[in-house]
Design a protein around this ligand. Structure first.
Ligand code: ADP
Ligand code: MG
Length: 254
């Protein structure tokens, strides 16, 4: 992908739920190689915006492009283009190991052949070893290496959320969307999450961070979109957002 083409771009996005104007003409450009924060008070439209960009929701007006292409921006097309979303509630396989949860994430890669795995040809045994090694490296990055053989169900809340992120990373997305990943994480887990996001940015991924924890967003993000009542009230780097009168009012006026 060219670096100047947005990974995801929404223009004039409008979304109503009955009488609720969840989004009222939102423009947003998510660039590769950046961490893009989406913040705003509760109910301001953050999750809805992501659902519209990924075409999980039908939109009432506006356009969505994925890597510059509007035609590709169907629900299936967005997923095929490598856009992966981690939802607020973890959906782990609780009764298998932490490592196997990550390996499952890898096996959603398109190149993986179930048939080859079932037949267990020598080349697939080698591939299994390569995947195991990569999975363990990812877990180490998230501070979960010592838990690799534990059941996922035995992890703390924060560890489960990190594992969910690691599993999504294992599928090698081009765009990783995290909906409030920092909720309930300890300081150490927050550091691990930030480390992981920075490493993904280095590799050219676009990371979208919907977040409640404003400090976390300010420290990590290159670009921030601030929503209030379905409208963008500020957009830019953390410095700009920190000094925005509109943002201050949105957060203090409640
Ligand atoms: P945020 O993620 O910023 O907290 P949401 O995007 O979840 O906000 O919600 C924005 C607005 O749209 C809220 O008023 C919410 O009640 C409404 N909304 C979101 N999803 C639905 C839905 N599926 N049906 C009806 N209303 C919804
Ligand atoms: Mg939300």
């Amino acid at each position: 992908a060219q670096p100047d083409v947005p990974a995801l771009e929404g223009t004039g996005i409008v979304k109503h739920f009955g009488g609720v104007h969840a989004l009222d003409g939102v423009d947003v450009r998510i660039m590769p190689g950046t961490v893009h924060g989406i913040i705003g008070p509760n109910g301001s439209g953050k999750s809805t915006l992501v659902s519209c960009l990924t075409r999980y929701h039908k939109i009432d007006a506006g356009t969505v492009k994925v890597f510059g292409e509007e035609a590709a921006a169907t629900a299936h097309g967005v997923a095929r283009a490598g856009v992966t979303r981690v939802f607020q509630v973890p959906h782990l396989f609780e009764r298998v190991s932490v490592l196997d949860n990550v390996l499952t994430g890898m096996r959603t890669r398109e190149s993986y052949s179930w048939l080859g795995a079932v037949l267990r040809s020598p080349s697939y045994r080698r591939q299994d070893e390569v995947e195991r090694k990569e999975a363990l490296e990812l877990l180490a990055f998230a501070g979960l290496a010592s838990r690799a053989d534990w059941l996922a169900s035995s992890l703390s809340h924060g560890q489960k959320r990190l594992l969910e992120v690691v599993r999504a990373v294992a599928s090698r997305p081009k765009v990783l969307i995290l909906d409030e990943p920092a909720t309930g994480l300890t300081t150490g887990e927050l550091d691990a999450l930030a480390r992981l996001c920075r490493a993904l940015r280095e590799r050219g991924l676009a990371v979208v961070l919907i977040e409640h924890n404003v400090d976390f967003v300010m420290n990590l993000c290159d670009e921030i979109t601030v929503l209030e009542s379905g409208k963008v009230i500020e957009q830019g780097n953390p410095e700009r957002v920190r000094n925005s009168a509109a943002v201050l009012e949105a957060y203090l006026g409640r």
